[in-house]
Ligand binder design. Structure first.
Ligand code: PLP
Length: 388
């Protein structure tokens, strides 16, 4: 597909970056299982020299992802963390970063346990409080890191406002768009400089691959990402790229069902006597519901709820469900359930965890694309068994 801006996202998801093979007509991008490429003369090659630097399967995926985000350039990595690390590679010693106080745990870990020792400073603030963000930005601030919706409380951050604060302070704004996906939200359109993804989640969509990506419209940033991609070497193999490319084709249809099921499940939970509260941006009661409605095309497939019970009872509920598999991660076709206090956020001291709203009874679900009636029946059965 040549001029793919003319096509809607459902069409680009399937075709962007991909042409049938000119020699064989093969419809799907082949898995180019190659480390190296024959050269026509020393230094004269046909676009590829070595697969860390570039691989045709990866090229098609990078073009596909860039198109979905409405960006010019895409770069893929062997994990979401590999992508995040590449953004951090832009920093110099003495630089400062402002990030949300509820960023993904792995992001918090690489910030504080890997980069602080290189004399990069991090401030974690409530990014829904724009005054707090403005105050945290200082001369040395080079990067404002944004997630939206956040994990696990589904806070929604205003990408346009935060990008403006970053730019006013001479910093760039990077948005981790893993939870929303480009089908629901395109941060570059709101002024973000870089979009980051864990392809492991909705973009791959089938819980069978680990991957990451960075998308930008800035040729200078893309050139540096390409340099670090090749120099650091956290690049995905061609089969991983193939799996993600296969996943992105059905992203729009999967996301429609994820959103539809999550909306219905959120309403059902909201009325259930065993549930004390539901965190889902699609509910009118969500504090940033209006912002979410403006910024996103739909509200996504992730939600959390407060079980009216103890830490042990919440642990029992997540161990009892059958349609919802007890597991970390998210974004696959299958429903997953987890208890942040005992799993993804267990490393946070209890007092700090409670202060952040991560209570003992909090349960997070990645709502899959099974029939929603089976999902609600599964939770109803688990609530009955555990709470009586
Ligand atoms: C999973 C995840 C990551 C890390 O991605 P990996 O592919 O696991 O390395 C980063 N950000 C968010 C929001 C995630 O959910």
């Amino acid at each position: 597909m040549t001029d793919d801006e003319d096509f809607r996202i459902e069409t680009r998801a399937i075709h962007a970056g991909q042409e049938p093979d000119p020699e064989t007509g093969a419809l799907m991008t082949p898995v180019y299982a190659n480390s190296t490429y024959a050269q026509d003369g020393p230094g004269t090659h046909r676009g590829y020299e070595y697969s860390r630097t570039g691989n045709p399967t990866r090229t098609d995926l990078e073009a596909n992802l860039a198109s979905l985000e409405g960006g010019e350039y895409g770069r893929c990595f062997s994990s979401g963390m590999g992508a995040i690390n590449t953004v951090l590679n832009l920093l110099e010693s003495g630089d400062h970063v402002v990030a949300g106080d509820d960023v993904y745990g792995g992001t918090h870990r690489i910030f504080t346990q890997v980069y602080e020792k290189y004399d990069v400073a991090f401030d974690f603030v409530d990014t829904t409080d724009h005054d707090a963000v403005r105050e945290a930005v200082r001369d040395e601030t080079a990067l404002v890191w944004v997630e939206t919706p956040t994990n696990p409380l589904m806070n929604v951050n205003d990408i346009g406002a935060l990008a403006e604060i970053a730019h006013d302070g001479g910093a760039i704004c990077a948005v981790d768009n893993t939870f929303a996906t480009p089908y629901l939200q395109r941060p570059l359109d709101f002024g973000a400089d870089v979009v980051c993804h864990s392809l492991t989640k909705y973009l791959g969509g089938h819980s069978d691959v680990i991957g990451g990506a960075l998308i930008t419209n800035d040729p200078h940033l893309d050139e540096r990402f390409g340099f670090y991609q090749n120099s650091v070497g956290a690049t995905p193999g061609p089969f991983d790229c193939f799996l993600v490319l296969r996943g992105t084709k059905t992203l729009p249809v999967r996301m429609d069902r994820h959103c539809e099921n999550a909306r219905e499940l959120a309403r059902w939970l909201d009325e259930h006597p065993a549930v004390d509260g539901v965190y889902y941006p699609g509910l009118a009661s969500h504090p940033q519901h209006d912002l979410a409605a403006e910024q996103m095309d739909d509200f996504g497939g992730m939600l959390s709820f407060e079980l009216d019970g103890s830490l042990e009872q919440a642990s029992e509920v997540v161990s009892t469900t059958e349609v919802f598999t007890l597991a970390e991660s998210l974004g696959g076709v299958e429903s997953l359930i987890e208890q942040p206090a005992a799993m993804t956020h267990a490393a946070i001291p209890r007092e700090e965890r409670l202060a952040a709203g991560l209570t003992d009874g909090l349960i997070r679900v990645s709502v899959g694309v099974e029939h929603v009636d089976d999902q609600t029946a599964d939770l109803a059965r688990a609530f009955d068994e555990v709470l009586g």
